[in-house]
Write a protein that binds this ligand. Structure first.
Ligand SMILES: [Zn+2]
Length: 543
């Protein structure tokens, strides 16, 4: 009874799968070169499927020769995906009598109900285990002459539920063919696996995507000045600093080695006071100092105009984040078209080379897909100046000698210098600036006779700036698009809110005037920044 139940259960499974139209045909289970048919399935009377005599009485499979003993060990592949249900190994494999008892073999169960048998294997070559799932074409073992065999060959048997049957179809055979393609008589079936061909794996390349953002400035509209065609452009006061972020992500499938990034800064309107390199290699999405963030070994060419950073290797999925402290150094309103900081990928070993921002690129094998392969991006700002810091030039009076504009500038610096001295600002503005201001109360030291609410200005120095997230994506892609957000390959909110912000190096108040030339990082930086914001507040009140 039990046997009958099992039989009907299996039969039902086969019928069901046949009704669903699902059937797995098989590939030729050997490499075709040097292989040939030695005996087909015997359909009765020593007759093969083509009504020939290429079989022997009672043969229940298909035999394929491998060129006698030199062919021993030729790999045997699964004809279709399946599960290993039986294996046997360890038997003598040089049988020539045809009467040796035990063979080495593998049996597979296929999802459509068929069972296949691969036998006479070479001793010690069985490469799969019971229960293991195998894919079509996966090696099962090697050809031998174990069991009832007269020389090395593969005996391939296939059973669709009613005993071993002939996978070939022809005038003397059954109506069903169980090969993907059986080929000609005495030829070999196709080695193509059943089902849709698997797509080839994508080529292994690093692929880079770029993005930018600008850190907002506390208490200041990000677009304070919307005239002069500058609507929508981030505004930065002279001597104010912001943080520009440039992200480079390797969204490809291979690492990039010796990645070099290059920057161009639109001097004299903006200058870079400091840079840091971060990466999320160890903890994706969480940024830590990059392993090559060694300022002594990185080429750092003339910050303020052009420089390069070697950021090292980039693994697939890794993002390198370059944070630049960018200072407004001269008013650009009406003078320059939105000064910007530009970044481009200058070099990736074996993949990418780009000499400068506007030059063409050498994109090996066109691996790079982002932005058409042109890896450049920029962030632009407008640099404004307060009337106090940047007074309008006096009307020229042709009846008198031209005024000495140099002395005017000098006076301004003196004023700032005095203020800075009186306030006694410590090098770290975050720590000491507020205390000094409150204690000395030098609100009027600007020399303009206007009191300033220092509390308002102190927010500028609030170290909470360190942990702000980015909300103002202002980059634009190398395609020249003005739509910054559209060029960001990531969500702006993905920028980390960790304390990566580094306070800019300090600058002496004497150097913080307008149109002074290169930014000099030395002493008193935070105060001059504060003073500018005081002046902005003043000018607002005057209006
Ligand atoms: Zn055989």
């Amino acid at each position: 009874m039990m046997v009958r139940n099992v039989f009907w259960g299996l039969f039902g499974f086969v019928v069901m799968t046949a009704q669903n139209g699902f059937a797995q045909n098989h590939r030729f289970p050997l490499e075709p070169a040097g292989k040939y048919v030695t005996a087909y399935y015997d359909l009765g009377g020593t007759t093969d499927w083509n009504c020939g005599k290429e079989t022997y009485a009672g043969h229940t499979g298909s035999d394929f020769g491998v060129g006698s003993w030199p062919g021993m060990g030729a790999p045997i592949f699964a004809g279709a995906a399946g599960t290993v249900t039986a294996t046997h190994d360890g038997e003598f494999d040089q049988c020539t009598s045809g009467t040796c008892a035990a063979a080495n073999y593998v049996k597979l169960q296929h999802a459509d109900g068929k069972v296949t048998l691969y036998t006479h294997m070479k001793k010690g070559t069985v490469a799969v285990a019971v229960g293991q799932k195998v894919t079509c074409g996966q090696q099962l073992g090697g050809v031998g002459s174990s069991g009832p065999s007269t020389g090395p060959h593969l005996h391939f048997g296939i059973n669709a539920g009613a005993g071993y049957d002939d996978p070939f179809t022809g005038p003397c055979g059954g109506p069903l063919m169980w090969w993907v393609s059986q080929g000609t008589y005495k030829g070999l079936p196709s080695t193509k696996c059943d089902g849709p061909a698997e797509p080839p794996p994508p080529p292994k390349y690093p692929v880079f995507t770029l993005g930018t953002a600008i850190l907002p400035i506390d208490g200041q509209s990000t677009d304070l000045i919307t005239d002069s065609g500058s609507a929508g452009i981030f505004d930065l006061g002279v001597t104010q600093s912001t943080v520009m972020v440039f992200d480079v992500k390797n969204s490809g499938t291979a690492a990039g080695a010796n990645v070099t990034l290059a920057f161009w800064v639109e001097f004299p309107y903006v200058a870079v006071a400091e840079w840091t390199i971060w990466d999320d290699w160890e903890h994706p999405g969480t940024f830590e100092l990059n392993d090559t963030n060694d300022k002594q070994t990185i080429a750092h060419e003339n910050p303020g105009e052009t420089f390069k950073l070697n950021v090292g290797g980039m693994s697939p999925g890794e993002t390198k984040r370059i944070r630049l402290v960018v200072v407004g150094t001269a008013e650009s309103i009406g003078k320059a078209d939105h000064p910007d900081v530009r970044m481009w990928v200058a070099h990736v070993d074996n993949y990418y080379e780009k000499a400068d921002f506007w030059s063409g690129y050498n994109n090996v094998e066109n691996y790079q897909t982002y932005n058409g392969g042109d890896l450049r991006v920029w962030s632009e700002v407008d640099v404004f100046c307060t009337p106090t810091l940047c007074p309008a030039p006096p009307e020229p009076d042709m009846s008198e000698p031209l005024p000495d504009t140099t002395s005017n500038q000098t006076d301004l610096h003196n004023t700032l210098d005095v203020a800075g001295t009186d306030l006694g600002v410590a090098p770290n503005p975050d720590v000491a600036a507020s205390d000094d201001l409150l204690n000395t109360g030098n609100n009027d030291d600007l020399g303009d006779g206007t009191g300033v609410d220092t509390d308002r200005d102190l927010t500028q120095m609030d170290p909470s700036q360190d942990t702000q997230s980015f909300i103002i994506p202002t980059g634009k892609g190398g395609d020249g698009s003005q739509n910054a957000a559209a060029d960001l390959p990531f969500e702006p909110s993905s920028f980390g809110a960790r304390g990566e912000f580094r306070n800019p190096p300090t600058e002496s108040a004497a150097d913080s005037g307008c149109r002074l030339g290169p930014y000099h990082p030395q002493g008193g930086w935070g105060l001059s920044n504060l003073l500018v914001m005081m002046m902005i507040a003043i000018s607002r009140r005057v209006r």
